[in-house]
Design a protein around this ligand. Structure first.
Ligand code: PEP
Ligand code: MN
Length: 371
């Protein structure tokens, strides 16, 4: 059982809950001015990085313990509860001493089970909400594991923050969203509060609205967005931060849509469309089953003719022609590549099984013939 943020001090019946603030606390004035600006824009809580684990040494690693005083003062002056990132039991001790309201674990901490356990243990018996960012790599079990370590200490004020996953090939996002992971996380941990951090997903400001809207349409509970009084001067993540005013514009442009519908007429129209989808899906599955049947026959043929399963030229030709006809049908190239990757894998699986079976049958036949 998870307690929702309205039981941690966030306003009730609100969607999305918004946490905003600078990537890093840089000075007392910077945090204060940003916090006051954010309060004016209707934000519900203040964030600020005090200790910043950075990928490479020499980058701005946060102002450390002294900044706890600044963020606490800004929190009191603005009336916004405040959250900081903790990456060790020592950070926890200092943050608790400073009266920080909520804590969060960063993506570089969630990847490390021993460290997560130490942090969870250091919070045993303390009634403080903890938000857990996804690990840097797209590993759902690691994310769930970190959440469970806190649950096991008896904490039920836990939320997950989706900040995207580092990826080698993708250039569109700073951290690829892989939306299916947070969706699956929520299915596996029903009732967990889910925040989206579009700032670290995008790495820029122009895609923030699109990603934040997408998250709301997936029924996320809240957003964590980076905001700095003067983003150009930010010591970290300058490219993705908004001024409080810009954040206000973004928030007011978001559409908060209903999770369900009760008008019976409108509902019946939706149900008709869903019936169509169900029918098409059933046809798709029948076609897939037929396709795999043919694949098994091909498996038999390849066995008899001693041919390898993978025929690279044939595969090249399939990819090229399916991408072309998919694009003609207004499907995206990425979708066709993923879809055919899966179909091909399944097809090779059926062919291999068929070949194993043929080999077994042949050796049974041979041995009975030799008797
Ligand atoms: C941050 O919130 O500034 C941060 C460092 O995030 P992440 O852990 O998602 O990289
Ligand atoms: Mn940041």
């Amino acid at each position: 059982m998870f307690l929702k943020p309205d039981e941690w001090g966030f306003p009730a019946n609100t969607r999305p809950w918004v946490i905003a603030g600078p990537c890093g606390a840089e000075s007392e004035e910077q945090v204060l001015e940003t916090a006051l600006g954010l309060k004016e824009q209707g934000v519900h809580a203040l964030r600020a990085g005090i200790w910043k684990p950075r990928t490479r040494p020499g980058s701005f690693e946060g102002m450390g313990e002294q900044a706890l005083v600044w963020v606490k003062k800004a929190s009191i002056a603005s009336g916004l509860p405040v959250t900081v990132e903790v990456a060790s039991p020592k950070h926890v001790e200092q943050a608790l001493k400073a009266g920080i309201d909520f804590l969060w674990l960063g993506a570089r901490t969630t990847v490390n089970p021993f460290l997560v356990q130490e942090i969870a243990d250091s919070l045993k018996g303390v009634d403080i909400p903890v938000m857990i960012k996804n690990p840097v790599n797209p590993d759902l079990e690691l994310w769930i594991g970190a959440i469970e370590r806190f649950q096991r200490t008896g904490n039920n004020k836990i939320a997950a923050i989706h900040r995207g996953f580092s990826s080698y090939e993708n250039q569109t996002y700073r951290n690829k969203p892989n939306w299916e992971l947070p969706i699956e996380l929520r299915r596996r941990l029903p009732g967990i509060t889910l925040f989206c951090d579009p700032s670290h997903i995008c790495g820029n400001t122009f895609m923030l609205e699109y990603v934040a809207q997408f998250a709301l349409d997936l029924q996320y509970d809240g957003l964590m967005i980076e905001s700095h009084r003067n983003p150009k001067e930010a010591l970290s993540d300058a490219a993705q931060q908004l001024t409080p005013g810009e954040l206000g514009v973004l928030l007011s442009s978001l559409q908060v849509r209903k999770p369900s519908i009760d008008d019976p007429f409108e509902l019946s129209r939706l149900e008709d469309l869903r019936d169509q989808i169900d029918e098409i899906d059933s046809e798709l599955l029948n076609l897939m089953a037929q396709r795999m049947n043919v694949a098994r026959t091909i498996g038999k043929y390849k066995f008899l003719n001693n041919l390898t399963i993978l025929q690279p030229e044939r595969w090249e030709e399939i990819v090229a022609s399916r991408v072309k006809s998919g694009i003609d049908k207004e499907l995206t190239k990425e979708f066709i590549l993923k879809l055919y990757g899966l179909i091909h894998e399944e097809s090779m699986f059926h062919q291999t099984n068929q070949m194993i079976q043929e080999k077994k049958d042949k050796s049974t036949k041979d041995s009975s013939a030799s008797k």
